[in-house]
Design a protein around this ligand. Sequence first.
Ligand SMILES: NC(=O)c1ccc[n+]([C@@H]2O[C@H](COP(=O)([O-])OP(=O)(O)OC[C@H]3O[C@@H](n4cnc5c(N)ncnc54)[C@H](O)[C@@H]3O)[C@@H](O)[C@H]2O)c1
Length: 372
Amino acid sequence: MAESFSPSCVLVTGGAGFIGSNFIRWLLERQPAVTVVNLDLLTYAGNLESLEDVNTAHGPSGDGRYYFVHGDIGDFDLVGKLFRGEAHETLAGGGQERTPPLVDAVIHMAAESHVDRSIMGPAIFVDTNVKGTLTLLEACRSELERSQRPLLFLHVSTDEVYGSLTASDPPFSESTPLAPNSPYSASKAGSDVLVRAYVETFDVPAIITRCSNNYGPYQFPEKLIPLMITRALRDEPLPVFGDGLNVRDWLHVEDHAEALWCVLTRGAIGEIFNIGGGVDAEARNIDIVKELLRLLEKPESLIEFVVDRPGHDRRYAMNISKIQKELGWTPNHALGDGLASTVQWYLSHRTWWERILTEAYRATGALYLADE
Ligand SMILES: NC(=O)c1ccc[n+]([C@@H]2O[C@H](COP(=O)([O-])OP(=O)(O)OC[C@H]3O[C@@H](n4cnc5c(N)ncnc54)[C@H](O)[C@@H]3O)[C@@H](O)[C@H]2O)c1
């Protein structure tokens, strides 16, 4: 096992998204000595309402361990300033601006993340996921050369870079060749190999994680599970691609958060770690949808099969024995329990997702942006 690293200030890119907001909440609760800087562009997927409780407890009026900086990972000047401790946080409605402390770790999650959107318009996926990652890596390299101080880069990637499995194939391992099938997964694979190249060529200390499909609280209702829950609650048809027999490996977002911290603090530089839901995590889309309907006490007649997504990967499954053996991490959420608690969360946070559906959540971001 690699020597333990204890970052004191972590830059999370894309922290206003689904995984980012859950990770920031998890980290600030579990690691009282850690400060977090959230750099997010607030695209359609970025929602500061997902971090309201975090901002109250840990922002400028709380214990001061949470900073939000509105900006683009592709903005080299801004990212450079952040690394040099010269950037300012972005505040809503005025107030005393603070300068975030020097970061000693980056967890890079900012991305365009929705496969269907990548089929409709691939270019922004290359801009954000490939060029944006390149800019971050360049800024990191330049800061490492300037300051010679520790700065670890954890790149959050996806199982989709491995392509698709048949029913009888063994699960993806870290040495499975990359074979992405969608513009989204191709852009993530592009960023993965760039990260690898920066380790090999420039000695940038980086680690790559590849996780399976996440689910849990605060997920934007365009992804399968929240889409089905929010539509079923409004008695709308539930669109299921093709025959519904595509298989995914489901990982609870809080298990993912813990795994990321494990890798950041104990993973060896240059390594790749698969992260997945473990035993019983594989499920067919149609079975997930039926289970959600059962939990919501809604009829299966709401299911509507629709024309399949082009290039739709048939099956993903993750071999997670490396992270289990080397870092001692294992997922804690069984899929059935995780789905039940996720349904409960959407039932008790109706305002959060209804504001997304009406786009009212964008007003919260606008408050921050108006100040600039
Ligand atoms: N959700 C999953 O199931 C899943 C599975 C595997 C891997 N991943 C990866 O995990 C990461 C996070 O996924 P997610 O589901 O939370 O995504 P998300 O779409 O919910 O959030 C992405 C966030 O990135 C921000 N962002 C986009 N472009 C930006 C830019 N140029 N500069 C700064 N911020 C920008 C958005 O505003 C948003 O807050 C992504 O890299 C994704 O590829 C996600």
